[in-house]
Write a protein that binds this ligand. Structure first.
Ligand SMILES: Cc1cc2nc3c(=O)[nH]c(=O)nc-3n(C[C@H](O)[C@H](O)[C@H](O)COP(=O)(O)O)c2cc1C
Length: 330
């Protein structure tokens, strides 16, 4: 049974990865309904939070039904990170996660995200200060290292644990790899197999089939799987993995009715959370996957992703439901 601090997150939990512009409250709620055991917000800038930037503050919203939920923050300046901890605490999350893995230039150039992998002492001291500043469990999400020649993840994980970090999610790539190549889970298993480690070690990177999640559990012996891209527009992925774990066979893919229902609820929740305009705009990215595989679907997808008003998008959902009611998804 994995525990993040005092929070019991079950046997081999499935975690929804923090994803910018994806892991918002509506999407997290859908993933939770489909079996995600822990969900995380997208990364939120500590500098934005302390300046009360509206965009950063809105990202703090959480729904009761998503718990346990972690709010992820990033930054490299101690004072800003500590002030952010206080702001984040006021939103009542269960966990505060620190992003030490974002590879994007504008983040890395400020020494934040994966940039901190060049200064492990700072990574450890920031984590320690944050742990001391809150009663909430502090967790870390990071990568294997800055580049192939500087992988020290076993030592880094031990030092993070020693200063009170309560769980570590590790993406099996270096910053230099960005998203290229295959994620390497062997170094993550080395972290887990270190006899000194006792906090949960979650594996991340390329889990896109139930079999891969099982491999992460059985072959690599990790404590849970963090899932990102495989869930975008496909919140059912969590249910499918759990079904496979329980039965050893794949469950049937969601029907057209289930897909349309999810797309509708997603859009409804998005509109009630961030308003008509943003709700319509920001839910678009999910539709391709919701309806993936249907032949000659372009015309309908275009209606969904180019309409500016929700009534037209809902009408497109209705049309698709009628036209493709009997379509058998593979
Ligand atoms: C669209 C997108 C946005 C992401 N945003 C974040 C983020 O805000 N914070 C973070 O720690 N990782 C972020 N990531 C990285 C994912 O959390 C995850 O580590 C990565 O996608 C590998 O997992 P996967 O192969 O299951 O997708 C993002 C990834 C994607 C695809």
């Amino acid at each position: 049974m994995a525990k993040i601090g005092n929070i019991d997150v079950g046997e081999f939990p499935l975690l929804l990865a923090p994803m910018e512009d994806v892991s918002d409250p509506p999407f997290r709620a859908l993933c939770k309904e489909q079996g995600a055991d822990v969900v995380f917000t997208e990364f939120i800038s500590s500098e934005g939070l302390i300046r009360d930037a509206a965009k950063s503050v809105m990202k703090l919203d959480i729904y009761e039904k998503e718990r346990p939920v972690g709010i992820q923050i990033f930054g490299a300046v101690l004072d800003s990170m500590l002030q952010s901890v206080e702001i984040v605490e006021a939103s009542g999350p269960d966990i505060i996660d620190i992003n030490f893995g974002c590879p994007v230039k504008k983040v890395v150039s400020k020494g934040a995200g994966a940039g901190i992998l060049k200064d492990i002492d700072l990574m450890v001291s920031l984590t320690e200060a944050m742990v001391k500043h809150t009663k909430l469990p502090i967790t870390v999400k990071t990568r294997l290292g800055w580049d192939h020649d500087s992988i020290k993840i076993v030592e880094v994980a031990e030092r993070l644990q020693d200063v009170g970090c309560k769980a570590i999610s590790i993406h099996g790539r270096t910053r230099a790899q960005m998203y290229k190549g295959e994620a390497d889970w062997a170094p993550i298993a080395e972290v887990k197999n270190n006899p000194r480690m006792h906090i949960p070690i979650f594996g991340n990177g390329d889990v896109d089939t139930p079999e891969k999640a099982m491999e992460m559990r059985d072959k690599y012996g990790l404590d849970g799987a963090m899932i990102g891209r495989a869930s975008i527009g496909y919140p059912w992925f969590f249910k499918e993995v759990k079904h496979y774990f329980n039965t050893g066979v794949h469950c049937a893919p969601p029907t057209m009715q289930e897909r349309v229902d999810a797309a509708k609820r997603h859009l409804e929740m998005a509109i009630s959370w961030k308003g008509e305009k943003l709700g319509v705009f920001e839910t678009r990215r999910h539709y391709t996957n919701y309806f993936k595989g249907i032949p000659d679907f372009k015309e309908y997808r275009m209606k969904m992703v180019t309409s500016d008003d929700s009534a037209s998008v809902f009408a497109a959902f209705e049309e698709v439901q009628k036209l493709f009611a009997d379509y058998q998804f593979a």
